[in-house]
Write a protein that binds this ligand. Structure first.
Ligand code: ATR
Length: 299
């Protein structure tokens, strides 16, 4: 058990002598569940760490992160809107962080800052834990921003039959698909782009999808990226609809439920990406149980 109360969210390493200090950085950050998740992993693996939170002003991420590491901080999770700044800051990037174009996990080793991206792996593990078969599946990914890009590589690695990226602005979907063209070929996946509005057209989108992932920011404003007409082409009762937003049944999830499909929010992805970060920092043999932490968060 950690001797530090879970509600002590300071992130100045000098305040916690003898403890390895980690933090999550974002803006805003007050509602982040990462401190609670990592403290539970620390308790499960009987490790004493301190995990705080940081809210750099926009434009000040690099300064804040550098002083955190200079003061002895061991590792950092990075969330909206700093994942690109974190990628720029890192001295060394893992291949999947390069592919994702963003970094959500930083750590320091021999004076160098390393950057990784565990979001896509977290999504895949949550899907698998929920019984979803990705290999051979027809997948629709909604959105073409950072959240969508972050999960493209890990999804394609699972060799779905097809991955269609649909975005409000079709140019952005085209661009994202272009970036992953070779990667998709190497993993025997058919990769295509669409405008969201093309999903209304049964000629352009003739078949429903096994898995539909909402990686747009629409849910944050209680909207769905899918029109009512698109919904009837996209979902069948055997579809699984996954929203990366967590903590509510979004408009997108409601549409899927009305079509009889199964749904999930993104809380499991949050816990699983945190688990990957914890294992990177604390060693792959750390004994943690992400699914039990997820159940605790849901109660
Ligand atoms: P993130 O890093 O969270 O992906 P982002 O890069 O700003 O954030 O991307 C937001 C995504 O949500 C984009 O795909 C955006 O579509 P556009 O590229 O067309 O702007 C999408 N998005 C935001 N609000 C939306 C809405 N109301 N309906 C559909 N898509 C929306």
């Amino acid at each position: 058990m950690s001797s530090i109360p879970a509600n002590d969210l300071h992130a100045d390493p000098s305040r916690f002598p003898g403890l390895d200090v980690y933090a999550v950085a974002g803006n805003p950050i007050s509602h982040s569940k990462s401190p609670a998740i990592h403290q539970r992993f620390a308790e499960q693996s009987k490790q004493a760490i301190h995990y705080g939170r940081l809210q750099p002003a926009i434009g000040e991420f690099a300064k804040v992160a550098k002083s955190f590491f200079a003061a002895g901080g061991k590792g950092m999770n990075v969330t909206v809107p700093f994942k690109l700044d974190a990628q720029v800051l890192a001295d060394v990037l893992t291949p999947r962080a390069k592919l994702a174009g963003a970094v959500n996990t930083l750590w320091i080793k021999e004076g160098k800052i390393y950057g990784d991206n565990t979001d896509g792996a977290g999504l895949v593990r949550d899907l698998v834990a929920q019984g979803i078969q990705i290999r051979g599946a027809r997948i629709l990914l909604l959105g073409a921003g950072g959240a969508a890009r972050g999960v493209m590589g890990p999804l394609l690695e699972q060799e779905p039959a097809q991955l269609i990226v649909a975005n409000r602005s079709s140019a952005k979907a085209d661009e994202l698909v272009g970036l992953f063209h070779d990667f998709a070929n190497n993993h025997h996946a058919q990769l295509e782009s669409r405008a969201l509005l093309d999903l209304e057209d049964q000629i352009k989108t003739p078949l429903a999808f096994d898995l539909v992932i909402n990686a747009t920011a629409a849910g944050l404003s209680d909207q769905s990226p899918l029109t009512a007409q698109a919904v009837s082409h996209v979902f069948v009762p055997s579809s699984f609809a996954y929203d990366m937003v967590y903590g509510k049944t979004t408009a997108f999830m409601q549409q899927a439920l009305h079509r009889g499909a199964r749904v999930s929010d993104g809380l499991g992805m949050l816990v699983e990406q945190a688990a990957d970060a914890f294992l990177i920092w604390r060693g792959a043999d750390a004994s943690i149980d992400p699914r039990s932490v997820l159940s605790e968060l849901r109660t």
